[in-house]
Design a protein around this ligand. Structure first.
Ligand SMILES: [Zn+2]
Length: 433
């Protein structure tokens, strides 16, 4: 491989700006993701990639027009969680009940006081299990207080999880998040409250976008991936316009390099929606998956304050090779499941490496409206681009691409991915009357 074109942080920044500023939020199954898909297709063509395609798959999506909580004289703005239920006509009204983080760890049976209440809670690490428990215990509504005082309401990913895991045809429980400060006000004023959440949930389509650089003497395919969707109300700059921008710039800079192994670029749809795009790809192309020898996934990128971080799911020889060939950039290395889409590929037996720029400030604005272009640094995009490009070059010199996944790593993935929502579940899911 000869590098005709150097990875340019500036160009990557330009692509990133297109996603965040020209398009904005890119919610699965909605206009933003369609525009992003078209832009990626256009760039793949411009760079001269081959086998370019956009593969559709079904998703559930939701739109909200008004989310507000009223209590006494207070009107508090909130955001509804993806696929939250709508409130009743005129608002879902009930007494507020604050649960402390410890109480939240109990089972539904241990929480009889929750029945018929709007539950207000704070937790640094609220899980889907917490919401399930509250719904099972009979909560009429749920208000989640954002853990970070400096940000607007936080929006979790796993967009589709709640409702499907409960097997309900219509989401009945409104779940909204409020800022940290508003959460404190609600707790203080605890009394009768009403949630007004105008939310519509419907089926739609998202796309996986693919393109290839054919290898000169391919021994297999290297799959480079990044998700291009975002959570609602966020331009998703670091998560993950930055990663998609790196993917595009790698495609441009490697397109005419005469690389030995085939590189397939995969801009994944609906990662925030329960990693649906990556799952759909693996099911649809199940028979050809063995040709993919390695996955490099870029998720959470461009962060101003942080450092290069790499998560690896692969055997020791590849771990050693990775350490040796990235040492110049001093990455923080972790063996085990990190990231999103890469876990799906690894679960299907493909050794996977997740590249991100982390350990810094990104968790403060991740999945909030603050994750905009001002969080992105040209240098950080360029660092990850150069390091990964160097690594791709080093793979060329290896005698074989036969990497494997150790059993312990696969077991860890198995437990993490088991309760997941699959595209088949979405396909079968009935919605509306
Ligand atoms: Zn992400």
């Amino acid at each position: 491989m000869t590098l005709d074109a150097k990875f340019s942080g500036k160009l990557a920044y330009e692509y990133c700006t297109h996603f965040t500023n020209r398009i904005g939020e890119r919610i699965q199954g909605q206009e933003g993701t369609d525009l992003a898909k078209d832009y990626i297709l256009e760039k793949f063509k411009e760079f001269g990639l081959e086998k370019i395609s956009a593969e559709p798959f079904p998703v559930l999506t939701s739109q909200q027009s008004l989310v507000q909580i009223t209590t006494g004289k207070h009107n508090i703005a909130g955001l509804s969680f993806g696929l939250s239920g709508a409130s009743e006509e005129g608002g879902t009204s009930a007494p507020l009940l604050y649960l402390n983080p410890w109480e939240l760890q109990q089972s539904a049976k241990e929480l009889p006081e929750v029945e018929g209440k709007i539950v207000l809670f704070y937790s640094r690490n609220a899980s889907e299990q917490n919401y399930q428990t509250l719904i099972e215990a009979g909560a009429k509504g749920i208000i989640y207080i954002s853990y970070n005082p400096g940000t607007p309401p936080y929006l979790p990913s796993g967009f589709t999880y709640l409702r499907l895991s409960l097997g309900k045809e219509t989401p009945v429980t409104p779940i909204v998040s409020v800022s940290h400060r508003d959460g404190q006000i609600l707790k203080e004023k605890a009394g009768q409250a009403a949630i007004h959440a105008d939310v519509k949930t419907y089926k739609s389509e998202s796309y996986n976008v693919l393109g290839e650089i054919p290898g000169t003497e391919p021994e297999g395919v290297i799959l480079i991936s990044a998700h291009y969707d975002s959570v609602p109300y966020s331009a998703g700059a670091t998560d993950n316009a930055g990663g998609t921008a790196i993917l595009l710039e790698l495609a441009r800079s490697l397109a005419k390099s005469g690389i030995k192994h085939t590189i397939r670029f995969f801009a994944c749809g609906a990662e925030e929606g329960a990693i649906l795009g990556a799952q759909h790809y693996c099911t649809k192309h199940e028979k050809q998956l063995s040709e993919i020898k390695l996955n490099l996934n870029f998720d959470v990128q461009g962060t101003q304050l942080g450092n290069l971080a790499i998560g690896i799911l692969a055997n020791e020889p590849l771990q050693k090779h990775l350490v040796k060939n990235t040492s110049e950039w001093k990455p923080m290395l972790r063996v085990g499941p990190t990231g999103g889409d890469n876990k799906v590929f690894a679960w299907h037996g493909i050794p996977a490496i997740h590249w991100w720029y982390g350990g810094g400030s990104n968790f403060l604005y991740n999945h909030t409206p603050l994750d905009d272009i001002t969080q992105i640094s040209v240098d950080s995009l360029e660092t990850v681009g150069e390091a990964s490009q160097h690594f791709i070059g080093s793979i060329e010199k290896l005698k074989t691409l036969d990497f494997t996944l150790p059993t312990e790593q696969r077991q860890e993935l198995e437990t993490k991915l088991k309760p997941r929502i699959t595209p088949e579940m979405i396909e079968k899911h009935k919605i509306g009357p």
